[in-house]
Design a protein around this ligand. Structure first.
Ligand code: PMV
Length: 343
């Protein structure tokens, strides 16, 4: 029997500026998406492997056996057997934890699935002595992460990532994300303060939301919009122009939520306080001339993005207007990050 092999990674979450919403085939994106990698919101995962007759798994979340997560991870592992046949004869003991609080409404699938992919590729190297060329290894990790959860494909790079085929970027692909680093210094260390408007689990899963895009009446125009927004955003990122950046990022977030509102069945994930926060942020920007904007994922929480230049002013505003008033139940202070790390 093979000796025990232990691997571990921490992997961050990411925030999409151009949103992935809708898929085809085996978790391939309907349109390309672009994200900033986060720093503090991450998953820490350690895997102990021993060879075994059949696939076996013990899954601990925050040091406690968690059978709900075990079932989810087992399904993913079975899916990965096609890529790594040795998984069929592996016994895994997985310990996983998140740095962000429970019931924050922050999805952990991007950080968790990217951590899992990083660990499995590392195990493959150790078990089979597999040698990878650097970029091929990244693409494989990103592909595995994608099969776990689409947005996870973008969590494995520092600063920024792009997932989906874009003609102007020859290495881009629907199968995996690539690093995106054509970012002006004005956007370096961009802050992301996540206003927790509602920390409960969302009423409609991303999986269900993606599915509703397949026959959505605005499907074709959404694909066109996302591509146009992506091209404009890439231009802004290169030159460091904030106002157009804010305009595109906000319209993308609202486009995503418009798709939810106009799908059949229709659903609304924004809460009254999400709209209150949006209006307040816009007013603050125009009256104070500060570099602040927002984006929103599939939920009511607002990601407030702001540059280093206005950090102090914005954080005072967020504390005073959202935390002290109870509009936000909590604020998670995050920023652009350096990507995954070996544990
Ligand atoms: O990776 P999923 O299937 O949870 O989808 C994520 C979708 C959004 O967070 C709304 C957008 C994105 O690109 O991350």
């Amino acid at each position: 029997m093979q000796n025990q092999i232990k691997v571990g990674f921490e992997s961050p979450s990411n925030i999409a500026l151009i949103k992935y919403w809708g898929k085809y085939g085996e978790q391939l994106p309907m349109n390309p998406s672009l994200s900033f990698t986060l720093s503090h919101c991450k998953t820490l995962m350690e895997i102990e492997y021993t060879s075994s007759l059949d696939l076996e798994l013990d899954f601990y979340f925050e040091n406690k056996i968690n059978n709900k997560f075990k079932e989810k991870i087992l399904k993913k592992l079975i899916r990965f057997i096609e890529i790594f046949p040795w998984i069929q004869n592996a016994r895994f003991v997985i310990h996983s934890s998140n740095t962000f609080p429970h019931s924050s409404g922050i999805a952990s699938s991007a950080s968790a699935m990217s951590a899992l992919a990083l660990c499995l590729v590392e195990l493959d190297q150790k078990i089979n002595n597999t040698k990878y060329i650097d970029s091929n290894k990244d693409f494989l990790i990103s592909k595995l992460a994608r099969l776990g959860s689409g947005s996870a494909s973008r969590s494995i790079y520092k600063l920024g990532a792009l997932w989906g085929k874009v003609d102007s970027l020859p290495t881009s692909s629907d199968e995996y994300a690539i690093e995106y680093n054509q970012i002006h210094s004005n956007f370096y260390n961009m802050n992301d303060a996540i206003l927790i408007i509602d920390g409960n689990e969302k009423s409609v899963s991303s999986t269900a939301g993606h599915e509703l895009m397949t026959n959505h009446p605005y499907r074709e125009s959404r694909i066109r919009h996302a591509r146009e927004n992506l091209n404009k955003l890439m231009d802004c990122l290169i030159v460091g122009e904030f106002n157009s950046f804010a305009d595109i990022v906000e319209r993308e977030a609202l486009d995503l939520h418009s798709m939810m509102m106009t799908s059949s069945p229709s659903f609304i994930l924004l809460a009254p306080n999400s709209l209150y926060a949006i209006n307040h942020i816009r007013q603050f920007r125009s009256s104070q001339n500060v570099q602040i904007t927002f984006t929103i994922d599939a939920g009511p929480n607002i990601h407030v993005l702001y540059t280093q230049k206005d950090k102090e002013k914005v954080e005072t505003f967020l504390n005073e207007h959202f935390l002290k008033t109870g509009i936000a139940k909590n604020i998670i202070w995050d920023q652009m990050g350096p990507g995954p790390k070996v544990l």
